[in-house]
Structures are given as C-alpha cells and as structure tokens.
Design a protein around this ligand. Sequence first.
Ligand code: HEC
Length: 214
Amino acid sequence: MASPFPVLSASNRPTPSRLLALCLFAASPLLAQLPGSTSATTFAPFLLPLETDPNASGTGSILNSNGLTLALTNPFFQPLGTNGRTCATCHQPANSMSISAATVQQRYTLSSGQDPLFAPIDGANCPDAVTSSHVYAISDPANPHSLLLNRALIRIGLPWPPKGIKPEFTIAGVWDPTHCELNTKWGLTSSTPTVSVYRRSLMAANLKYDTTVA
Ligand code: HEC
C-alpha cells in the first residue's frame, strides 16, 4: 500500500536547484506585492520569469522569456529622475504591468499619500489640486488624487492644439470636475493651452514598443 506521507525518493529529493526553486516559490507571495518597487529606494530583488498573481477577477500573469529579472540592476526598476519614480511605479508586475486601483489604494494607505506615485504633476487630478499634506480618506470626494485612487488614472497633459496641427474643431469646457481643463494655470486658457486626459498605464510596458518614453 502506498504511504500516505510524502516519501523522499531519488526523483523528489531536494537537490540544491530544487531547494532554490522552492525558495523562489516561497518568496513569490512577497514578490507579488513588490512592496518597494513603486518607490526607487527599496524593491524586491528579483522577479520570477513567470509570475502569477491573484486579483479581484481571478489571476494575472507576466512571462519574461529572458528568464529571471534582477530588479536591482534592470533599468525598469531604476529611478527615472529625482522624484523617486521608476517605470514600475506605474507599471506593476503584480498587476500584469499595468496598475490597479487596489494597488494604488494600498500604496496610498501604506505611505500616507507620500509614495512617489502621488506626485502632483500627474498623480493628482490637477497639479495644483494638492494644497496641503492632509491625508484625505480614499472615499472623500475632495481627495485631490481621487481619479488615481478610484480608477488608477494618471493625468497626461497634452498641448492644445497639438504641435504643427491646425485642428478642425475647438474644445469647450462644459463640465470640469477635476478643475484642470478650465484652470487658468494648467488648462485650455493657460499661457500653454493644455487639455488633460486621464489614462491608466498600459500593459505593453516594453521598451521595444515604446515610442514616447524612451
Ligand atoms: C507616472 C506613471 C508612469 C510611469 C512612471 C511610466 N509610465 Fe508608461 N504609461 C503610463 C500611462 C498612464 C500610459 C498610457 C498612456 C496613454 O494611454 O496615453 C503608459 C504607457 C506606456 C507604454 C505604452 C505606450 C503605447 O503607446 O502603447 C509603454 C511601452 C510604457 N508606458 C513604458 C514605460 C516605461 C519603459 C517607463 C519607464 C521609463 C514608464 N512607462 C514609466 C504611466 C507611466
């Protein structure tokens, strides 16, 4: 009769490489959170080639055909400038390289709104919406990061009209809940006329396909 207990046979004995695989596997729930990858100062040291993470709809995975990713040296996880952000600030491996509202809310709570993700320039409804260090409740309609917190949307300010283009239509602000389109400093009537669109980071965060950031 087969033993009800696991038996260490030659085929399942923990060899060093199996032990390493086991350690990586055991570490993966930690990596799934990538606790520090949204700030430039601390991050999980590596990503598994195939990572699968639970989410509200089931699971999401990323597959890196190049194998293990060393976050310590990979450019994607290095600071972009002085504001503490990395590419992974907005493109989270645990969110299949996009970012979810749940992750944003977690970052907000853990950092009291101080995570680099919430930089006012594009991590708020409008750059001048953040007027104090007050930490608003996530559900507070007055929260200046409400679009990012509730919809994971980053503000992208586009020049209007686009450079070198004579538009065939005009844009009129009728309803401006973010107070950014009609804002005299940041909006359509400012000295650098701008229309703000709010977009979630795309999953295709692969430099090979990038036309704007690189
Ligand atoms: C502040 C947040 C943020 C950071 C930081 C960021 N991204 Fe993005 N990324 C976005 C958003 C938002 C979009 C979607 C833009 C859109 O839809 O117009 C995007 C889109 C992309 C796309 C898709 C572009 C396309 O046209 O399909 C790629 C590729 C990308 N990002 C790569 C990167 C890389 C590489 C870095 C680091 C150098 C980076 N991103 C840093 C927010 C960010």
